[in-house]
Ligand binder design. Structure first.
Ligand code: 1PR
Length: 523
């Protein structure tokens, strides 16, 4: 029996769905005995090394897991499931790993954005059955701030480059573990899973053997979701956040169907934003959970969900924490959650006191699920000023002059879908969120949203220069050339669009075709 070790954190649904899409069945481990009797064991880990080891200990899984590994039966570790095999980790001092492989887990020490998020290649060091029928030049999805450093180089199966060369998978007998996520790596990832599940093949070396690899820029399709006045959950799209046309909510299609379409077109990631989440009760908003569940059945790239990630009290007086809301989304198939309005309120509270409480939604979700799982969605709007001295905010000199010829502006954070402006600028805001543990910034721009006039390069440069976490440029894409512009004029790791894709003006494939040869891209 193929068993899945689910220790209670992260998105195991994707692994189950990926395996089931290959026509196999997989059973979840419910007690230590299940590990003892497994014929093949898959261990997907997400989140924090310390909390993972703590949970494994509480469930009495450590000893049986070590025995399983020593027995040499097939094992596939994914992400933290790779790191767990090592002795220690910089992420959790004083906490031991399973110690099956000698060595430690180190934090990336580089000038590039950390976490390392996105699609990167593999330099394959030795033949392995998991690479059978792959060409060798495929890209796989990574999302991590730490990487393994084995003492024994014999176990190294692949390396990948990000600032420097790090070990991206290992193999010791039948024990295989990858830092990347096969279940989130489209067709190539599914092939790896299929190879792991197939017995008795001879390990082959793929045709292409990379010498050095590069991280791709990501193209993200975004689906703003809300109910129509008739109660149907649809993908909509606003013009500067106004989603109504002749009084009705614009209806551009069904969320799960559109997500599948974009996956098949080659989108590197899909983002769902429940745009009325700030006023709904998220856990009563079951259609959103259903959308995620349905999408993750046949979309094998990362899924982000935003909208309504906050503490709330339902109409019966029961209180839910933002962590509970996020957990529900993760278990329904989300890989990352994005926090909008609540993050602004958290940052404002932090600015007042200057101290972190450890209790904000950003901190709590990052602690359990890891920084990479927390995206901050910013909805800024330009405010023009005559002089940088007019306000205490981060002001930029702009080439796009204001209505009265103003040469300066700052970017005001808004909440509740742009309905309410706050006394906080986007640059200060993202810096605070990074300090609190956010792993990525989704940078919208109300002035550009739905205008097809291109990304706001000045905003993107200001925010990108202010943080060391990855930034997703969003709002304003009107043609494929706008993606070339944003990737050549700024250092952003990814770019997101909605309107042009929904209206079928430009396809994801066409964007990638134009980018190919100019910037690193996954084709
Ligand atoms: O505040 O945590 O509940 O999260 C609500 C989320 O919903 C936020 O991420 C916020 O950005 C989003 N949102 C709220 N209202 C709207 C609206 O449009 N009325 N959508 C909205 C924001 C912005 C982008 C859009 C890009 C690209 N959508 O995601 O997809 O601007 O569009 P384009 O390529 O067509 O220009 P909370």
């Amino acid at each position: 029996m193929i068993m899945l070790l689910d220790y209670g954190a992260g998105n195991v649904r994707s692994v189950v769905n990926a395996i089931e899409s290959l026509g196999e069945t997989i059973k979840r481990v419910t007690c230590a005995e299940d590990i003892k009797h497994a014929e093949k064991l898959i261990f997907p880990g997400v989140g924090n090394f310390g909390s993972m080891m703590k949970m494994l200990k509480e469930k009495n899984y450590i000893r049986v897991l070590q025995e399983y590994l020593e027995s040499g039966r097939p094992f596939l570790g994914i992400c933290l499931g790779l790191q767990a095999l090592f002795e220690t980790s910089d992420e959790a001092e004083g906490i031991n790993g399973l110690g099956f492989i000698r060595g430690t887990v180190k934090r990336f020490d580089i000038d590039l954005s950390v976490p390392h998020i996105g699609w990167n290649g593999l330099s394959i060091q030795k033949p392995s059955v998991i690479f059978n029928r792959l060409e060798g030049d495929e890209k796989f999805y990574f999302v991590h701030s730490y990487h393994v450093a084995p003492l024994d180089q014999e176990v190294v199966l692949t390396t990948t480059d990000y600032g420097y060369e790090f070990v991206s998978s290992i193999q010791k007998g039948n024990i295989i573990a990858t830092q990347f996520h096969p279940e989130k790596s489209g067709g190539a990832g599914l092939r790896i899973l299929k190879n792991f599940l197939t017995s008795g093949e001879k390990p082959l070396m793929p045709q292409v053997v990379n010498r050095g690899t590069r991280l791709s820029k990501r193209i993200i399709a975004c689906l703003d979701v809300r109910s129509t006045d008739q109660g149907e959950l649809v993908v909509t799209k606003g013009d500067q956040y106004d989603v109504r046309e002749n009084g009705d909510v614009r209806n551009l299609g069904k969320p799960a169907e559109l997500a599948k379409w974009y996956y098949e077109e080659g989108a590197d990631e899909i983002t769902f934003l429940n745009i009325t989440g700030f006023r709904d009760f998220p856990l009563e908003d079951m259609p959103m959970l259903e959308v995620l569940e349905k999408t993750s059945e046949n979309v094998f790239v990362p899924l982000t969900i935003g909208g309504g990630i906050r503490d709330y009290t339902d109409k019966d007086g029961r209180t839910y924490t933002a962590l509970e809301v996020a957990s529900k989304y993760f278990r329904s198939g989300a890989d990352k959650v994005s926090i909008g309005s609540d993050a602004v309120l958290i940052a404002e509270a932090y600015l007042k006191t200057g101290v972190t409480t450890g209790k904000s939604a950003i901190e709590e979700i990052a602690r359990i699920y890891g920084n990479q799982a927390v995206v901050i969605s910013v909805d800024p709007r330009r405010v023009y000023v005559d002089s940088p001295n007019d306000v205490s905010h981060h002001v930029i000199e702009t080439q796009i002059k204001g209505p009265n010829g103003e040469k300066y502006c700052w970017y005001q954070c808004t909440i509740k879908g742009g309905r309410e402006g706050r006394d906080l600028d986007a640059v200060t805001f993202v810096q605070i969120c990074e300090r609190l543990g956010a792993g990525e910034v989704l940078l919208n721009c109300i002035d550009r949203d739905g205008t097809n006039s291109g990304f706001d390069i000045e905003l993107i440069q200001a925010v990108k220069n202010a943080v060391s976490i990855p930034v997703i440029a969003s709002s304003g894409a009107g043609c494929a050339e706008h993606f070339v512009e944003v990737f050549t004029l700024t250092e952003v790791e990814s770019a997101l669009a909605a309107g042009i894709f929904h209206r079928k003006e430009v396809s994801v494939g066409e964007v990638k075709k134009l980018l190919s040869g100019k910037v690193e891209i996954r084709l």
